[in-house]
Design a protein around this ligand. Structure first.
Ligand SMILES: Nc1ncnc2c1ncn2[C@@H]1O[C@H](COP(=O)(O)OP(=O)(O)O)[C@@H](O)[C@H]1O
Ligand SMILES: [Mg+2]
Length: 1049
């Protein structure tokens, strides 16, 4: 949606002076100052733009600004020169209305800048394309040339235009520029020969000297030094911020031919050189001094020297077909020189403009025109002369046109809008224009009359004439006029007259009025110029052509000006005017300084108060119905927020509802007209209040909406969250209940089943459970036992502990079974021989274990049997062969002597059948006993090796003579006895040999029975037992305490 804005938005002071309340000069000034202080340099008076020179660049002319103001209505945005330019351009393009933009203001107020801004805005918004751009460029490029030749540094403005300029820009039907025409007014040519203090000549002179090449200067016979030229002021030859050399370069580009440019520069040089010509008096015979050119070298080379010299010495006056030549004195010669220089320069300037017009001329059919007038405003100096008079006349005319066009426009609008025309009171300055320009008795006519009158004509005679003719005029004041009221007015000098312009009173000194109006160039001079060797000079002075001698005086300056102003006004009258009134805020060219007195002065002579009054004469404010309704519709309930009917009715309803007095407004066809600004401000104030309320309302609704939508979102979210949470918690609860139910169910079922089957349980269950448990325990026991089996060694005594008491018996039995099994396993590894050995050992154990103390020491000794290796040893071969049986045991034993108890070594042999004793040395058999003859064998209980072989009482089979029993001692006692016992047992036919074990037994020695007694004695003879015969009946064997370790055999 497009946002409708208005000038009235964010206004600083009032943007349109028409709305000023109360309207006084002070409030006007105050408003301007207030806005200026806030960088608002533009203010409107209706459609007129007041522009204050900011003297610094403001960021308000950017392309963005151009876009902002483009195609917007005039009152839509804050005041700006672009708004005016846009309005003008659009009504030119869209409504086919020719436009003129009138820019006035005093020197340095910003007129030229304003005209450039307007042109650049139009250039920016109008069509684009190669052709169009070329035209735009040409139009904009005419400026540098015009500024170089027509502008100068003055005390008020470093780049002051010293001519009035009117430029018509021509457009085609689409609004694209085609070209233009420039007109110039009143170049200040006196500046060529003389400049006020602190000012300069026209820029071009300085630009030429500083900017052209050495070559060019040489060709032009010029010196770069400004000081060499009389016409150039020295004190401000260099202006800060003004680069003459650079500007000179821009002068060249404007489609000029090279030789044309050269000619122009030659003329500029000629002016400079003219200024250097000096004169000296030369006495003539008639006593009159005649002037002569002082220095022949100072000639202007373009001109024919002698002709020119003559022209500076003589003057030809033609009257009634007669030519009279009069001499010129030095002063007259200088006057003539300066007049020539001024004329030459101003004609050159006019020629330049014609030339530029030639190059920007429109060839196609033009359609619409926009004129831009950049002309000096009212000038009120201390000394005002002819120029000021002319300029102020021009401004009167502009004011006239302003009044005329504004009123006309106003009237037309009223007619268009069908509003009754009420007479407007305002000051019409037509009467002042009439005072100046009236053909019969106007001041200009009087002046012309004086100038043309034969006889002595002076400025005084001119004033006299005015005093008589204009005395009665309300706006004319002179000391010596017939009007006696000025006779005593000491502010009015005698040689002055005063005009009450619409912008204030101005006092003009009459001095040189006549001269300046005449603006004469002696014919001798123009003829001399015509004779010059230079086509451009010739062209500039056509009246010097002798073939075209015209005795008619050329038109006076006043006349010419009046004519051109007349044409201009005629021209402007056909166009729609747009005004820009430029104001200079201070004299110092300083930014941010607002000198009230200076501005007050300007607003007076620019007639701005008058402007406002004219503008406000009818209705101060008007606005089409639509925007008006749009802007104020919120003030009435019926029109807010929408009015469905026509806008006009809406406005009527609105104003009636607001009780605005009926005389305050009128309804036009398309616009509402408001008489007083205060009514508008009343509406604005109401609107502001209402907007605040509306803003609050909008804010309220918005906040409500925001909170509500936020709340709804929260609520929605809460529902979602709650739903999810409920689902989750229900799920959890359900699962809990479910598992609880299962438990309860299982209990219940269990209970039920148990109740059902209790009888069965009572009958069987106990037994079954018992069996099952026992089985389980047994299983566990056996598996545990299996895993903890002791080693397979038969001597290993370990056995796992019994786990249950009731298993005691089984555990012990198992242990026994395991042990037996282990032994069997062990035994099954044995060979026959080993078995026999173990059987022997077993037998030894049966015989001696716990009966004889020697036994334990024998357990570890293997039973070798044949200790003598009887078969292998050749020593025993004979003995061996004497035996008829296999030797089971062969050893050396000691045979105890029966008499003394001493032992002697004998070989002891055992076979299956008998025991043989042989001599150890000889191997001769000493005794042989058949086993069947052996009654028993006696041994002690002690550690000794003594044993007694006891024979049966009646022995038949003894081969040897009976000598009784044998008492022997052997280290292998256990082995010998065991084997002996075994052999006896093996023989089935025989009785077993008894083995007696006691410490006291009887032995049959021959016929005696001797008791062998074993006692314990202290160890003598080492550890061996010793035998001693005590008496006939007792043989005592003393056995050491410690068990004897059998000595190695
Ligand atoms: N709108 C503006 N913005 C900035 N500076 C300005 C503006 N108008 C004028 N000036 C300054 O003031 C000086 C005088 O302006 P100018 O247009 O030459 O005055 P005038 O033509 O009225 O004599 C300019 O050179 C420029 O420095
Ligand atoms: Mg200017």
């Amino acid at each position: 949606m497009e946002v409708k804005t208005s000038l009235l938005d964010n206004m600083i002071g009032v943007g349109d002076m028409v709305l000023l309340e109360p309207l006084t000069e002070d409030s006007f000034l105050e408003n301007l100052k207030n806005r200026f202080d806030h960088n608002e340099i533009y203010t409107y008076i209706g459609s007129v733009v007041i522009s204050l020179n900011p003297y610094r660049s403001l960021p308000i002319y950017t392309p963005e600004k151009v876009e902002e103001y483009r195609n917007r209505n005039f009152y839509e945005l804050s005041p700006h020169i672009f708004a005016l330019a846009d309005e003008a351009y659009r009504s030119l393009r869209d409504q086919d209305k020719d436009q003129c933009i009138l820019i006035t203001g005093e020197s340095g107020a910003g007129k030229t800048e304003a005209s450039k801004l307007v042109m650049s805005y139009v250039a920016a918004v109008c069509g684009k394309g190669q052709e169009v751009n070329k035209v735009k460029e040409q139009l904009l490029q005419s400026n540098p040339v015009l500024e170089a030749f027509g502008n100068a540094k003055t005390v008020r403005n470093d780049n002051s235009s010293r001519f009035g300029k009117y430029m018509d820009i021509e457009f085609d039907f689409k609004g694209d520029p085609l070209g233009g025409v420039i007109s110039n007014y009143l170049l200040e040519k006196s500046r060529v020969v003389k400049q006020p203090r602190g000012e300069r000549n026209f820029h071009i002179f300085y630009q030429l000297l500083s900017g052209s090449s050495d070559d060019t200067l040489k060709k032009l016979k010029l010196d770069r030094d400004v000081g060499k030229y009389n016409y150039l002021s020295l004190d401000s030859a260099v202006v800060s911020g003004l680069d003459d050399a650079a500007n000179f370069r821009t002068v060249r580009i404007v489609g000029f031919m090279e030789d044309e440019m050269q000619s122009v520069l030659e003329l500029v040089a000629a002016v400079l050189k003219l200024g250097n010509i000096e004169f000296k008096p030369e006495s003539r015979c008639n006593g009159i001094d005649e002037s002569r050119v002082k220095d022949k070298n100072g000639r202007v080379d373009l001109l024919v020297g002698s002709v020119l010299e003559r022209a500076f010495s003589y003057r030809t006056v033609e009257a009634k077909m007669e030519k009279v030549s009069t001499t010129l004195n030095v002063a007259q010669a200088y006057y003539a020189r300066d007049a020539l220089a001024k004329n030459l320069y101003s004609r050159l300037f006019s020629w330049l403009i014609t030339r530029i017009n030639g190059s920007i001329k429109v060839t196609k059919t033009r359609h619409k025109v926009m004129g831009v007038l950049d002309i000096y405003g009212f000038e009120i100096f201390e000394d005002n002369s002819f120029e000021q008079f002319i300029i102020n006349y021009c401004n009167e005319k502009l004011q006239q046109i302003f009044i005329e066009l504004t009123l006309r426009e106003e009237q037309e609008e009223y007619i268009r809008e069908g509003i009754e025309w009420t007479n407007i009171e305002y000051f019409n300055n037509a009467i002042i224009c009439d005072l100046i320009e009236n053909n019969k008795n106007g001041i200009l006519a009087m002046l012309d009359e004086e100038c043309l009158r034969p006889g002595t004509v002076t400025d005084e005679t001119f004033l006299d004439k005015l005093n008589t003719v204009c005395a009665e005029h309300q706006h004319f004041e002179s000391r010596l006029s017939k009007n006696s009221k000025f006779l005593t007015d000491h502010s009015l000098p005698h040689n002055c007259f005063r005009i009450q312009h619409y912008a204030g009173k101005v006092l003009y000194g009459v001095e040189s009025f006549v001269d300046k109006n005449n603006d004469l160039l002696y014919r001798d001079l123009s003829q001399a110029m015509y004779k010059a060797n230079h086509s451009l000079i010739k062209q500039l002075f056509p009246e010097g052509n002798p073939a075209k001698v015209n005795l008619k005086r050329p038109p006076t300056a006043g006349f010419q000006f009046k004519a051109s102003v007349g044409t201009l006004m005629g021209n402007l009258q056909t166009k729609n005017p747009n005004y820009i009134r430029c104001i200079k805020p201070n004299d110092k060219k300083a930014s941010h300084v607002f000198t009230e007195s200076l501005v007050r002065h300007q607003l007076r002579y620019l007639g701005l108060m008058e402007n406002v009054r004219v503008r406000r004469a009818g209705y101060a404010f008007r606005q089409p119905y639509e925007p008006c309704l749009e802007r104020y519709k919120m003030l009435c309930k019926k029109t807010w927020p929408h009015w469905r009917g026509p806008a006009r009715e809406g406005v009527e309803v609105l104003l009636t509802d607001l009780q605005v007095p009926a005389e305050e407004f009128s309804y036009g066809r398309s616009k509402i007209f408001i008489r007083n600004p205060r009514t508008l401000f009343f509406l604005e104030e109401k609107r502001k209040q209402c907007l605040e309320d509306l803003a609050t309302l909008i804010q309220k609704i918005y906040r409500g909406w925001k909170c509500r939508s936020h709340f709804l979102l929260l609520k929605k979210s809460q529902i979602v969250v709650a739903a999810w949470y409920r689902r989750y918690s229900q799920q959890k609860k359900y699962q809990k209940i479910k598992s609880a139910t299962t438990v309860v169910q299982s209990y219940a079922r269990g209970w039920q089943v148990r109740r059902e089957y209790r009888k069965f349980f009572r009958a069987n269950a106990g037994k079954k459970i018992y069996n099952f448990t026992i089985q389980r325990i047994m299983q566990k026991y056996f598996v545990g036992l299996k895993n903890n089996m002791p080693s397979m060694s038969p001597v290993d005594k370990s056995w796992p502990a019994r786990p249950y008491l009731f298993l005691d018996g089984a555990h012990a039995a198992l242990r026994r079974i395991f042990h037996l099994w282990r032994c069997k396993k062990y035994r099954s590894q044995f060979t026959e021989e080993k078995k026999a050995v173990y059987e022997e050992k077993l037998e030894a154990s049966e015989l001696f274990k716990d009966k004889k103390a020697l036994y334990p020491s024998s357990v570890s000794q293997p039973f070798k049997g044949d200790y003598l290796e009887i078969n292998k040893n050749p020593k025993f071969q004979k003995l061996n062969s004497a035996l008829d049986d296999k030797v089971l045991l062969a050893d050396v034993v000691s045979k105890i002597n029966r008499a003394n108890g001493k032992g002697s070594a004998r070989i002891f042999l055992l076979t299956k059948k008998s025991v043989v004793l042989a001599d150890q040395k000889t191997g001769q058999v000493k005794a042989s006993v058949v086993l069947s003859d052996l009654a028993s064998v006696s041994v002690s209980t002690q550690t000794d090796g003594f044993f007694a072989l006891r024979l049966k009482e009646v022995s038949s089979a003894v081969s040897t003579p009976v000598k009784g029993d044998f008492l022997l001692s052997s280290e292998h006692l256990i082995e010998i006895i065991t084997k002996l016992h075994r052999v006896g047992a093996a023989n089935a036919d025989k009785e077993k040999i008894n083995v007696d074990i006691s410490d006291e037994f009887l032995v049959q020695f021959k016929h005696d029975k001797v008791c062998v007694k074993f006692i314990q004695g202290s160890p003598k003879n080492g550890n061996n037992a010793s035998c001693k015969r005590k008496n006939n009946r007792l043989l005592e064997v003393s056995v050491p305490n410690t068990p004897s370790t059998p000595s190695t055999p």
